[in-house]
Design a protein around this ligand. Sequence first.
Ligand SMILES: [Zn+2]
Length: 262
Amino acid sequence: MLIKGIADSHCHYDDSAFDCDRDNLLDEMLTSEDSAVSLLVHACTDEASALFGIKTAKKYDNFYTSIGFHPECCDRLPENYMEVLERLLEKSRKIVAVGEVGLDYHYDGYDKELQIRLLCDQIQFANKHELPLIFHCRDATADFLEILHRYKPMGVVHCFSGAPEVAKEIVDLGLYMGFTGILTFKNAKKVKKSFCTIPTDRILLETDCPYMAPEPFRGKRCTSDMIEYTAHVGAELIGITPQELVDKARENTMRLFNIKAK
Ligand SMILES: [Zn+2]
C-alpha cells in the first residue's frame, strides 16, 4: 500500500551526507505530486544550520525550521548566543520551534554546567516567544526531567527511546514524543513498549536523518520517505493502519508547531 502525507518532524538536510544530491532530493520530496512526504521540519544545530533552515523554508512551502543550539555546540558556542537567537527569529515567519536543544552526557567532552545553562536559557527564550521546543536528551534523564518540571515548556522529546515510566512522566508534562527508525530495530523492546503506552495524539514520527534509518535500511543514509517503514512497525504495535498513524502523526506535528493546513 502506498503511504501519503508523511510529516518528518525532525530532519537534518544540512548534513554533509546530503551534499551530493540535496537539491534534487528536496525537490523530489517537496514538489513532486506523487511524493509520500508532505511536510519537513528542520532540526537546527547551530547558527549556520539555522541559516540553512531559513533559506530552505523560503524556497519550499512545506518546509519549516527551528532555531537553536544543540548541546554538542558547547565547545564552539558564541558568547552572545541569546542575541544570535533573537536576531535569527526576525528573519523568517516559518521558524516554528526552538531546537534542537537539550543535554547530552554520552560523551565526556561537553561541559555539563554549560549544557544546563544553554538549555535553560533557550527554554526561557522559547517560553517568552511562545514557541515549542525540540528536545534532545541522551544519558541525562534525571537532570532533563528536573528542568522540564521547573520550566514547564511545550515541545517534543525527539528520538525517544526510554522506558514507559519516563514516557508517562513526559506525557503528563504535556509534551509530545518523537519516534525514529529505532522503533523498527529488533532489539528495541523498551521503546516499543513505551510506544504502546502513550496516547496517539502525542506521537510524532521523525527520521533524525541522515541517521537512524529504519529496518531494512539500518546503518544506511536515511531520508524522510523511509518513515513509511517506521509507520508500519508502529501501526502494528497499536493496531491501526500505517496510513492512519502517518495521518495522526502529521496532525500532531502541525498542532505542536502551529502549522496551518494549506
Ligand atoms: Zn537531530
